[in-house]
Design a protein around this ligand. Structure first.
Ligand code: MLT
Length: 199
């Protein structure tokens, strides 16, 4: 997959997954704000929707092509496994950060493969797939950044996702802002505090 790799001086890695229409470089600045010494790995989604990169196909806004979601989740997991070997990353010290469509595939990776990351920051995620038994998350720290006026991720859907992750054993934090779907500055500031506390 197309990606940007920036080697850091600490053993930590932050994987960054963009929103629809973004690319592998979009969230690099968020990664270096969270941990200036961390290795950063920004990955571009393999699916194109009217020229916009995404991580999986959708039928309409918020309605996912489930078969493609499962296939792409596996594809991304395999790419990350290859990157871990290639760049000699410490598997125990990887935090995944996704915004919107990137948060949805990050959540899908957790739903399918469990606590494969040290922690996760999901900015404006949705429930990626329903009716799936989530593997035991054994205290994996997860932060959800949400907006009370987000027209794409409703309050109910955010709460549903939070409940599912909590029931699976995640150490879950939900941070609300009054904003919409955008990644807001206070949300990023809160993430720094969260990262320093849990990672
Ligand atoms: C998705 O398709 O993952 C969600 O609708 C978020 C987005 O617009 O990318």
């Amino acid at each position: 997959m197309i990606h940007t790799y920036i080697k850091g001086s600490s053993p930590h890695t932050i994987i960054l997954l963009h929103g629809t229409g973004g690319d592998e470089n979009d969230l690099l600045s968020i990664g270096s704000i969270l941990n200036p010494n961390s290795t950063l790995l920004g990955i571009r989604g393999n699916v194109l929707e009217n020229g916009m990169s995404r991580y999986f196909k959708r039928v309409a806004e918020g309605i996912f092509d489930e078969q493609d979601l499962v296939f792409r989740t596996k594809e991304l997991k395999e790419f990350i496994d290859v990157a871990i070997e290639k760049y000699q990353l410490d598997r125990q010290k990887i935090v995944i950060v996704g915004y919107s469509n990137g948060a949805n595939i990050a959540a899908s990776m957790i739903f399918h493969y469990g606590a494969i990351f040290q922690g996760a920051i999901l900015y404006h995620p949705m429930v990626p797939i329903r009716g799936k038994m989530i593997p035991q998350l054994a205290g994996m720290p997860v932060l959800i950044g949400a907006g009370k006026n987000d027209p794409i991720c409703s309050i109910t859907e955010t709460e549903e996702l939070a409940k599912l992750l909590k029931e699976a054993g995640a150490e879950l934090t939900v941070h609300w802002e009054n904003h919409g779907h955008q990644l807001s500055e206070p949300e990023v500031h809160f993430s720094i505090k969260w990262y320093n506390c849990y990672i």
